[in-house]
Ligand binder design. Structure first.
Ligand code: GCU
Length: 407
């Protein structure tokens, strides 16, 4: 299960400073040299690989190769969970060599005879925060100190079940879906110091296009998918990736690079995810600021776009375009202007040309909907009142959208 990070520079891509200014969200169906792609065949053969390479080179870093094999060890599995209506399982995934960190995937599913659709994504503080079940493992990796039960940056049993509303396992199972999640820090702890996690052991290439943490988290989602496509009771063709905020950026990137994810749902992901890099909204997060506050999330090249994001040869509508023709839903909260809800709506509008190449609609709404009104077109949008958080009403919306596109 050797993982090799691919060469990190593309000689044919100019240094950031030499890129021309491109005002407005660039059309994702126009090649770097200005040629417009007019067919699905050219999109898939030419522009999609180029666009992926551009995102790797200038923003997230090279996507590491897939491991030859991912193995799963069942830690426990209980088919009498959720009042006897579901099964709760935790598996330990081996995603690399012996020195690599393990990934612990918590899977909840209904006890139905037919395989079901499944939500998958990383969580912020550990699987144990999502249920009081004492069999669920407590992370041994570094965890942020502001999470429940954390002592000296280590998770403890005092946190059990304290964030159950962020991934409401029972409600998801009751609606006939499975759900699978892992602690993002199993892959890479969320701090600039990368002398831990996969970044400490993976053979990297160094340099300004080296694999950054959000790319590693997205790679981790694909490792969970490696397991889920073989797992009992789960329909491999109906996987939806979900994540909140920095992990919503991760969800969108995972969806863009892994076509096994049939539906993509970044929740309040904002700058570096579902929000445009080009914006002049003083309340929304700028590229310059995200690069300073979270230097490990993006690669070295991206740091050079802080003063002028209009030099980027793409914007985040390109990341959505890479998901085409699969459904993508952006969910937002009205008070969370930092994540730029209105800019996100424009990102969906500007991703639509790639969907047209498949002969399908992107987003059908011409203007942002009112609160709690789900736009359930293939590129979907939703905004609720309230603050930055992933809550049960958000989950109800993901499932309403999944009912449309995954049934
Ligand atoms: C910060 C950061 C955002 C990020 C958010 C989160 O606010 O600036 O980009 O989305 O944290 O992950 O909650």
């Amino acid at each position: 299960a050797l993982v090799v990070t691919l060469p990190s520079t593309r000689a044919d891509f100019p240094p950031p400073a030499q890129l021309p200014t491109r005002p407005g969200l660039p059309d994702p169906t126009v090649m770097l040299d200005g040629t417009r792609v007019g067919s699905k065949a050219d999109w898939e053969a030419k522009r999609r690989p180029e666009l992926k390479a551009l995102f790797e080179h200038y923003m997230y870093g090279r996507r590491p190769a897939d491991p030859a094999k991912v193995t799963a060890k069942v830690l426990f599995s209980d088919d009498k969970a959720f009042d006897g209506k579901g099964t709760l399982t935790e598996v330990e995934l081996t995603v690399g060599g012996p020195e690599w960190p393990k990934v612990y995937l918590l899977v909840a599913r209904p006890n139905t005879s037919a395989p079901v659709g499944c939500f998958v994504g990383p969580n912020f503080g550990g699987n144990h925060l999502l249920t009081t079940d004492e069999r669920v493992r407590i992370p041994s990796a570094w965890v942020p100190k502001n999470y429940p039960g954390v002592v000296n940056e280590k998770a403890t049993a005092a946190g059990r079940g304290k964030q159950a509303e962020t991934w409401p396992l029972g409600e998801i199972v009751a609606r006939g879906y499975a759900v699978a999640t892992f602690y993002c820090g199993d892959i890479q702890p969320d701090r600039p110091d990368v002398k831990e996690g996969v970044r400490a052991v993976a053979p990297g290439t160094g340099g300004p296009a080296d694999t950054a943490t959000i790319m590693w988290w997205a790679w981790g989602v694909s490792r969970a998918v490696d397991y889920l496509v073989t797992a009992t009771g789960i329909d491999a063709r109906r996987l939806a990736v979900v994540g909140h905020s920095r992990l919503g950026k991760t969800a969108l990137l995972a969806g863009a690079f892994d076509p096994r994810l049939a539906v993509v749902i970044p929740n309040q992901a904002g700058c570096g995810g579902s929000g445009p890099s080009r914006h002049s909204d003083p309340k929304a997060e700028p590229v310059e600021r995200i690069n300073k506050a979270f230097p490990h999330w993006f690669n070295g090249h991206f740091k050079q776009f802080g003063s002028d994001p209009s030099k980027l040869p793409f914007d985040q509508n390109g990341l959505v375009a890479l998901c085409a023709p699969r459904p993508v839903l952006f969910t937002n909260a009205a008070d969370d202007l930092w994540a730029n809800p209105s800019g996100q709506f424009e990102v969906l509008r500007a991703a639509t040309p790639a969907y047209k190449l498949y002969g399908v609609d992107g987003i059908t709404a011409a203007a942002m909907p009112g609160h709690n009104q789900l736009v359930a077109s293939r590129l979907g949008y939703w905004i609720r009142p309230g603050k930055h958080a992933m809550t049960p009403p958000d989950w109800k919306t993901y499932m309403d959208f999944a009912d449309v596109w995954l049934k």
